[in-house]
Write a protein of this length. Structure first.
Length: 60
């Protein structure tokens, strides 16, 4: 993911369903780690976009 950000991506999500974590990558910021979030948003990059993650967390 860091390589994508270094090459111009403005937002990246790495979703780990096994650990119920989402890693959020943004330029010039530390990686943010969320535990079992209900949703993630596209922030200012994909305005009005929201991804519902509740189905991901029940896929054991």
């Amino acid at each position: 993911m860091a390589e994508y950000i270094e090459n111009g991506a403005r937002l990246g999500w790495l979703i780990n369903p096994k650990e119920k974590e989402v890693y959020i990558y943004r330029p010039n910021q530390e990686v943010e780690i969320l535990q079992s979030p209900q949703t993630i948003s596209g922030e200012d990059v994909l305005q009005k976009f929201q991804l519902d993650l509740t189905e991901f967390w029940i896929l054991d």
